[in-house]
Ligand binder design. Structure first.
Ligand SMILES: [Zn+2]
Length: 139
């Protein structure tokens, strides 16, 4: 019985650390994406300005045009890459947390009372809200 409670407690801690770790990672990726988007916007702006100057001068430097477009395209790819990483972090988080409700359901069947699906704390049978985190408990 004590072992079971301890396991449930550890699972609760694991859930919290998985969630906060991926939250930190996701906000880091989001900041990177924002920085890249700023660079991209600046380059597109610069390209437009340069194109206009070329038009005014009556010369179109195609090499220069290709070069800036290549840079913009590179940033676009980097943004895609960051978005994929973010999806991966979210998928990993789901995978890590996904095994837990099953384990919690097993624990609830083995012992009287019910375990909170959010934090894993044991609650009185028939309780409507978790005593530990206030999460609504479904019967
Ligand atoms: Zn709870």
């Amino acid at each position: 019985m004590l072992e079971k409670l301890k396991n449930t407690f550890d699972r609760g801690i694991a859930t919290v650390s998985v969630k906060s770790e991926s939250m930190v990672e996701i906000s880091r990726i989001k900041a990177q994406i924002q920085g890249l988007q700023k660079q991209q916007t600046a380059l597109i702006h610069q390209l437009g300005g340069e194109m206009y100057e070329m038009w005014k001068a009556g010369t179109l430097n195609r090499e220069r045009f290709e070069q800036v477009c290549g840079e913009i395209c590179g940033i676009e790819k980097a943004i895609d890459e960051q978005n994929r990483r973010m999806e991966q972090v979210r998928a990993e988080e789901k995978q890590l947390l996904g095994t837990q409700p099953v384990a919690t359901a097993e624990a609830a069947q083995a012992a009287p009372g019910m375990f909170c699906p959010a934090c894993g704390a044991k609650n009185q049978a028939g309780a409507r809200f978790c005593v530990s985190c206030g999460n609504k408990l479904v019967e």
